[in-house]
Design a protein around this ligand. Structure first.
Ligand SMILES: [Zn+2]
Ligand SMILES: [Zn+2]
Ligand SMILES: [Zn+2]
Length: 322
C-alpha cells in the first residue's frame, strides 16, 4: 500500500490542542484559530491541525508545532514540548525515569515511528508510564518539577533590530527591547528537545541538580569513576552491572569500562571509559540509585594520587589506581 494513503487515514482533526498551563495562558476565554492540516508536524512531519491563540495581554501569539500523536507519545505540550506533568524538558524527565529515547533519524522513519505508536494510544492516555519509575527517579522529578504556570515564557520575542541598535519603532514595537543572551541555551532544536538528546537546557538543569545533590564533577578530569555504597547485602557484580546498564538507557554500555564489586563492604566502583559518561551517570543518579528496593548512595571516585597516598592496599584503591 502506498505510504501516503496510510498517512492520510492517520491525519488528525482535533478540536482542541494538548497544551500545558503556561502555553494556554491565564485568559479563561481564550479564542483559538484552527487550521486543519495547516502544517507538517515538527517531529514526525505528518500534516496536523494547527492552533493559534493569544495567551494573554501583552503576550505573543502561540501556535502548536507538533501533532497530537507526537505530543501523546511523549506526554508533552504541543507548543513548548515540555512534559505536561512536570513542566520539564523530556531529556530531564527521561534521565530521571531511566527511559530509553528511541529516536528515529530519517524523516520516513519518523513518520512510521509515530504511526506505529499511534495504534498503541488509547484515548488521551500517554505512553509515558511514570509509575514504573524508581523511587530515586521520582524524587528527582519532584524536586525539579515546575508545576506553576510561568507566563513570562509567553512574552514577545526579542526585537532583532533593537539588538543591532536599528529599531525605529520605539515603544510601538511589538517585540521586546532587550539585548539577547547568546549562549548555548538559545541553540535548541525541535527534534532534539522532543526526543530528549543534546538539549542544552536539559543538560544545565541536570548538572545543576547533580551539584546540588553533592555530585559536582571533580576538577581532576582524569576521574571517570563513580563509587556506590550501601549496596543490598545480597548484590552481586552481575546484578550491579544489570542495574547500572538499565538505569542509563542513554549510555552505550560499552562505555562502562568495568564494575568492581567489593561484596564485603557492600560497595562498588563503576569505571567509565570517559569523563562524559561518568558525568551523565552522576546526573542520572543524583538522587541515588534504586536496587532491590534500597537506595544505593553515589559519590564521585577520587584522584589517583590522593588514593595511592592514603590506602594503597585496599581493593578500592587498587581499582581506582588501575
Ligand atoms: Zn507528529
Ligand atoms: Zn507548553
Ligand atoms: Zn523593536
Amino acid at each position: 500500500m502506498p505510504k501516503l494513503d496510510i498517512n492520510k487515514a492517520g491525519w488528525e482533526q482535533s478540536e482542541f490542542p494538548i497544551l500545558c498551563e503556561t502555553c494556554l495562558g491565564d485568559n479563561a476565554f481564550v479564542r483559538m484559530s484552527k487550521q486543519e492540516y495547516g502544517r507538517s508536524c515538527g517531529t514526525c512531519a505528518r500534516p496536523f491541525t494547527v492552533f493559534r491563540w493569544n495567551p494573554g495581554t501583552g503576550m505573543r501569539y502561540k501556535t502548536t508545532v507538533i501533532c497530537q500523536t507526537c505530543a501523546k507519545i511523549k506526554n508533552v505540550c504541543q507548543t513548548c514540548l515540555l512534559d505536561l506533568e512536570y513542566g520539564l524538558p523530556t531529556q530531564v524527565r527521561d534521565t530521571a525515569l531511566g527511559v530509553e529515547n528511541e529516536a528515529p533519524t530519517s524523516e520516513i522513519n519518523r513518520e512510521y515511528y509515530a504511526q506505529n505508536l499511534e495504534g498503541k494510544l488509547e484515548g488521551n492516555k500517554s505512553l509515558m508510564d511514570t509509575t514504573r519509575a524508581s523511587s530515586a527517579g521520582k524524587e528527582m522529578l519532584k524536586q525539579l518539577a515546575r508545576t506553576d504556570p510561568y507566563y513570562k515564557r509567553n512574552r514577545p520575542h526579542l526585537c532583532s533590530f533593537y539588538a543591532k541598535g536599528q529599531c525605529s519603532r520605539g515603544s510601538e514595537c511589538p517585540y521586546r527591547h532587550e539585548l539577547p543572551v547568546d549562549n548555548e541555551l538559545s541553540k535548541q532544536n525541535i527534534q532534539d528537545r522532543y526526543h530528549g538528546r543534546n538539549d542544552p537546557v536539559a543538560r544545565k538543569i541536570l548538572s545543576n541538580h547533580a551539584a546540588t545533590m553533592g555530585l559536582q564533577p571533580p576538577e581532576d578530569q582524569s576521574i571517570t569513576s563513580l563509587f556506590l555504597t550501601s549496596l543490598p547485602a545480597n548484590a552481586t557484580e552481575e546484578a550491579v552491572r544489570t542495574r547500572v546498564v538499565k538505569s542509563l538507557p542513554a549510555l552505550d554500555p560499552a562505555l562502562i569500562k568495568s564494575i568492581v564489586h567489593v561484596a564485603k563492604s557492600r560497595c562498588a566502583f563503576v569505571n567509565f571509559k570517559d569523563r562524559q559518561s561518568a558525568e551523565l551517570a552522576a546526573q542520572a543518579w543524583a538522587n541515588g540509585l534504586d536496587m532491590d528496593g534500597e537506595t544505593v548512595n553515589v559519590k564521585w571516585g577520587r584522584s589517583k594520587g590522593s588514593v595511592a597516598k592514603s590506602k594503597p592496599a585496599t581493593a578500592a584503591a587498587t581499582v581506582i589506581a588501575a
